[in-house]
Design a protein around this ligand. Structure first.
Ligand code: CXF
Ligand code: ZN
Length: 375
């Protein structure tokens, strides 16, 4: 057992509260990580709202952790204590999709990442009174000084990179960049339109620029986000509230590719309708809306949903770290840091769109040599 300070969410209308929690020792395939920093993802806001079931709370959320391996289970060979890791989504490693190297299509993706328990229904943390907590959120629950992850959801990264920065590579940044680099595989000169430029959409903008895309159009309701998208490489920015959005978008020709991060039904349909033939759309949004299009609209066009950008975390995350180190993928521009004690402010800023990607620092004084300036 390891005692840890963690942010616990006990009710949909309650703030996160810092509590002392007890984390189990690692099972054979598990990895105990001393968390340095954790990003806050939009999916955390949905978990608060009850999207993952009525029995979900109380919970330790957090699924963009980065830290140092403290202890490994007896069967773990991929990492050793002292390794620096980014925590990402979990997968079973045994289904047909995992066997084919497609962990984002794992047959147990929802079970392992969205229920907050292991596949066998157990959790891995209790509160100070010994009561169980939802504690396997994306196989990590990293709003905590220590997190129990699995060998399959840790990605070993270069020790020269700042852990204070890397957590969002585990979900939001990986999702947007992966959709472009792994799923759309944009060729140089191809055009793409990105609906919703929060952390996921802006990561897609960065990846599209890196791919040498021709036109990169960012659509968003927020003028500030549109401005940032232009600064990060979008060639055009369009107000998502424009009543004539679809026609406005195709004035210079239809798109080779489109991405939706909003999950809004009408916006997803527009993302399909503005495609060229051939054309590909990747949906990344969360929510309850459905996509409705007439079947003939899909002639010559493909639509897929992209859990985590179709990535293999142990390969894709170190690659993104390398691109960042070479100045080619400046995802740090999206980040605003907060001490863990200010998690409620971080959440409010994310919900209000004030912070694109909040990152919670577990300790006031970052452990690494690369200290993020407070922004
Ligand atoms: C989410 C995306 C929406 C469905 C649940 C999983 N991924 C990461 O936050
Ligand atoms: Zn996420």
């Amino acid at each position: 057992m390891t005692s840890s300070r963690g942010a616990v969410l006990r009710g949909a209308d309650q703030p996160y509260v810092l509590e002392t929690v007890e984390i189990n020792a690692p099972r054979p395939d598990e990895v105990l990580v001393r968390v340095v920093a954790t990003g806050l993802c939009h999916t955390e806001l949905l978990a608060r709202k009850g999207m993952f079931g009525p029995k979900f709370l109380p919970a330790i959320l957090g699924h963009e952790g980065a830290g140092v391996v403290e202890q490994v289970g007896s069967a773990v060979t991929a990492v050793v204590p002292g390794d620096h890791v980014v925590l990402s989504f979990d997968s079973c490693g045994q289904c047909r999709a995992c066997a084919r190297g497609l962990p984002t299509s794992c047959a147990s993706f929802e079970l392992l990442n969205l229920t907050g328990t292991r596949a066998d229904g157990t959790g891995s943390a209790r509160d100070a009174d010994g009561n169980p907590l939802t504690s396997r959120w994306f196989g990590q629950s990293s709003f905590s000084e220590f997190a129990l992850a699995t060998a399959r959801n840790v990605a070993k990264v270069d020790k020269g990179a700042p852990l204070e920065l890397l957590g969002p590579l585990g979900c939001g940044v990986q999702t947007g960049a992966g959709a472009v680099l792994n799923q759309l595989r944009l060729a140089a000169g191809e055009s793409v339109v990105i609906f919703g430029v929060g952390a996921v959409g802006l990561s897609a903008v960065l990846a599209a620029r890196l791919s040498g895309a021709g036109e990169i159009v960012a659509v968003d309701l927020s003028p500030a986000r549109r401005e940032l998208a232009l600064d990060l490489g979008a060639t055009r920015a369009v107000d998502g509230a424009d009543p004539d959005l679809a026609r406005l978008l195709v004035t210079q020709g239809r798109f080779d590719a489109s991405l939706d991060t909003t999950g809004v039904g009408t916006v997803m349909a527009t993302a399909v309708n503005v495609l060229d033939r051939p054309g590909s759309c990747v949906l990344l949004g969360a929510g309850r809306d459905t996509l409705t299009v007439h079947p003939t609209v899909l002639s010559g066009r493909s639509v897929t949903y992209g859990f985590e950008g179709g990535s293999i975390p142990s390969i894709f995350i170190p690659r993104l770290v390398d691109l960042w180190q070479r100045g080619l993928f400046p995802f740090d521009r999206l980040i605003r840091t907060y001490p863990l004690a200010e998690i409620n402010q971080a959440e409010a800023d994310a919900a209000a769109g004030v912070a694109i990607k909040p990152v919670l620092l577990m300790h006031d004084h970052p452990s690494g040599s690369w200290a993020l300036p407070r922004t």
